[in-house]
Design a protein around this ligand. Structure first.
Ligand code: GZL
Length: 334
């Protein structure tokens, strides 16, 4: 009898110790290893971040902001760069699961193909935070929240400017589109928002559309091809500044004046894009803020404290004309 009582006491002690040490006791962490309502001291939290790559000025600014935010918050950030390859992001997420991090955050390079690895994170009780881009998983329990822009609205804002710019046009207006990474949420959604917005003006026609993969080189290469294949181009809709800057190089090499002979509308509002806007080479920019670090930290703190987090958190952003860019440039953070 004495032996049985001793065994129960030992088991109770082990449970108590593991709970105190913030270990993986189901009650304390909302599951086994990993985050959830662990109520850990901030300097004991580990977050694994699987970044898309370093393809654009936006991405560089996004990475810098996230790394600086975590450093300032004193939260340990493990960071990986997938060079825009989904398989690299999946490997990074699997590695974070193996390491038993408390939270995983990532910007999915494309929308599809995430359910398997997200189910592995769920099985490991590690909450996943989507930043910047979305996944098309039907099972929304696979992630705690999606923090990022409304890309359809961004495309709509760009299209509305174009529709207004040519509202009294009597002849066809030929538009070429430089698409972002094929299959990515921003490329799909910006194209949709733009197409819906210009549909109201039947003179506006997208005569060619091709991916430049969100890079300056890609935008230049595709624009060179469009300049050869299209008899007349009136406007370029580039789904990010970097492809728009590449298009400027191609347009100037063809002896035309960007912003005048061929108008340009882009998305992001990074410093190089805003400079080109102020210089009159771009006509309008829709902002897409890369500064997600602070909001990501807030989400981690709430999850750690067991507080509810909105399933969808949309970032605040605006638009810029050439005059507004001149005013905004001196204080731009990125
Ligand atoms: C948008 C982001 C896009 C940017 C591009 O939130 O995913 O990826 O618009 C970046 O500049 O490459």
């Amino acid at each position: 009898m004495k032996k049985t009582v001793g065994l129960f006491a030992a088991a109770a002690l082990v449970m108590a110790l593991s709970a105190c040490s913030g270990g993986a006791t189901p009650a304390a962490t909302g599951g086994a290893a990993g985050g959830g309502a662990a109520n850990k001291p901030l300097d004991k939290i580990v977050v694994g971040f699987a970044q898309v790559g370093a393809e654009s000025g936006w991405r560089t600014a996004n990475t810098k902001d996230i790394q600086e935010s975590f450093k300032a918050a004193g939260i340990d950030l493990k960071f990986s760069d997938a060079q825009q390859k989904q398989e690299n992001q999946i490997s990074a997420i699997r590695s974070y699961i193996q390491q038993g991090v408390d939270y995983i955050a990532f910007s999915p390079v494309v929308q599809t193909g995430w359910d398997a690895v997200l189910n592995e994170a769920k099985a490991a009780k590690i909450p996943v935070i989507l930043t910047d881009r979305a996944v098309d998983s039907k099972d929304t329990s696979l992630y705690a929240t999606f923090l990022g822009s409304d890309f359809v609205l961004e495309g709509k804002k760009a299209g509305e400017w174009v529709a207004n710019e040519y509202k009294s046009a009597s002849a066809p207006v030929n538009i070429v589109q430089l698409e972002g990474t094929t299959g990515s949420a921003p490329a799909i959604d910006r194209a949709k928002g733009f197409a819906d917005a210009i549909a109201s003006n039947t003179n506006l026609k997208v005569v060619a559309s091709q991916t430049g993969d969100f890079t300056r080189a890609g935008g230049k290469q595709v624009m060179e091809a469009f300049l050869k294949s299209q008899p007349k181009i009136d406007l370029v809709f580039a789904q990010n500044d970097d492809m728009g800057l590449g298009a400027i190089e191609a347009i100037e090499a063809a002896g035309k004046v960007p912003g005048k002979d061929i108008k340009i509308v882009t998305v992001d509002a990074v410093k190089d894009g805003m400079q080109a806007l102020a210089d009159g080479k771009i006509n309008f920019i829709v902002e897409c803020s890369p500064l997600l670090g602070k909001q990501l930290i807030d989400i981690v703190k709430k999850l750690n404290a067991g507080q509810p987090v909105e399933k969808r958190i949309v970032t605040e952003e605006t638009t810029f004309t050439q005059d507004q860019a001149k005013t905004a440039l001196p204080t731009r953070k990125y």
